[in-house]
Design a protein around this ligand. Structure first.
Ligand code: ZN
Length: 344
């Protein structure tokens, strides 16, 4: 089953073709970094304008790279829940047009389901329900128990900023550009993670609740206090604090809920020290860690097509009048969480 996956939930225009939920035939992403960089964050109206300008080209390129045409598609899937409303509308409008013109099923996907299913693509035989998913990105930091296809239980989330958002804000304060996570990781490689004793809020609290705003404030205060600071040491110490928080909470929840398989998802899943720290902790706790292919971590259309393959078999197609929602409950259990973000 060949599915065209579309994601325009935030600032990346993603189009991809995936066969049978596993085989990525193409995965095309157009980023908008340059359009937003000078504003220090994502401007929704600019994001929508950029999606509108690029969507046709991206989808045609996705088909071309997959060496197929519209008539070879079996379904079209799109992120229609969770993200910037105007941006979601661009992808959903394109998906509806294709479904109608080609006479193929339309499958609406919650953007977070795309991230969750990025781990199942190519690994559905290794991962067994239930498993834990730590999703870390610019707009969300949450721990979900994935009970079965489309059924989730929220076991933890951030009460304030998301981890990726804090990385972006500190990077912006250091004038490292956007997105900040990769720039901080590069600088941190040369720094001492013990140079600064930054706070790890809520780390000793026996639950899955995260808080990153106090850490962000402490790091920004350290930057403002010392104009000659060693940026590498600061980035290494800051990154280590985030990793300590994510790893300790994930391990605590995995142990408490007796979940032996832990998946990592979202853009921050690209962070190599985080992956290593999770692998190390997993050995101690006799858990297995699964991380997505690197090209499936950032927002992309392939994860949407991958999720659609599995979820279509569970809940079928959607009607052509599906709507978009910036904040929507996740899955059949209607998991809700507070969604705050970097968006302006
Ligand atoms: Zn995302």
């Amino acid at each position: 089953m060949r599915i065209l996956g579309i994601d325009t939930s935030c600032d990346d225009t993603g189009g991809a073709v995936v066969e049978d939920g596993h085989k990525v035939l193409s995965n095309v992403i157009a980023s908008q970094y340059e359009a937003h960089d000078r504003f220090g964050g994502i401007v929704p109206v600019i994001a929508a304008r950029e999606h509108t300008a690029k969507i046709n080209f991206i989808l045609e390129l996705a088909l071309e790279k997959a060496r197929i045409s519209f008539s070879d598609l079996d379904a079209v899937a799109v992120s229609h829940h969770q993200g910037l409303m105007l941006s979601l509308v661009v992808g959903v409008s394109a998906a509806k047009s294709i479904a109608l013109a080609c006479g193929i099923p339309l499958i609406g996907i919650h953007h977070l389901e795309g991230h969750i299913y990025s781990n199942l693509m190519g690994r559905s035989n290794e991962l067994r329900f239930p498993f834990l998913c730590l999703t870390v990105a610019g707009g969300h930091t949450l721990l979900l128990k994935v009970i079965s296809h489309g059924t989730y239980e929220l076991l933890g989330h951030t009460r304030d900023d998301a981890a990726g958002e804090v990385l972006d804000k500190v990077a912006r304060h250091l004038k490292l550009g956007y997105p900040g996570g990769a720039a901080i990781e590069r600088l941190a490689e040369k720094g001492n993670p013990n140079a600064y004793d930054f706070p790890r809020p809520l780390i000793n609290r026996p639950d899955g609740e995260f808080s990153f705003s106090g850490l962000k404030t402490a790091v920004i205060a350290a930057i403002d206090r010392d104009p000659d600071l060693n940026q590498a040491d600061l980035c290494a110490s800051f990154q280590q604090a985030i990793i300590d928080l994510l790893v300790s909470k994930a391990m605590h929840i995995a142990k408490e809920h007796q979940l032996r398989q832990i998946t990592l998802a979202g853009g921050v899943a690209l962070n190599t020290p985080l992956r290593k720290a999770l692998q190390h902790a997993a050995k101690v706790h006799a858990c297995e860690i699964f991380t997505p292919r690197s090209d499936l971590c950032m927002d992309n259309g392939a994860m949407v097509a991958g999720a659609a393959y599995f979820l279509y078999q569970e809940r079928g197609a959607d009607s052509l009048n599906i709507g978009t929602r910036a904040n929507a409950p996740l899955g059949t259990t209607g998991v809700r969480y507070r969604h705050e973000s970097k968006y302006k």
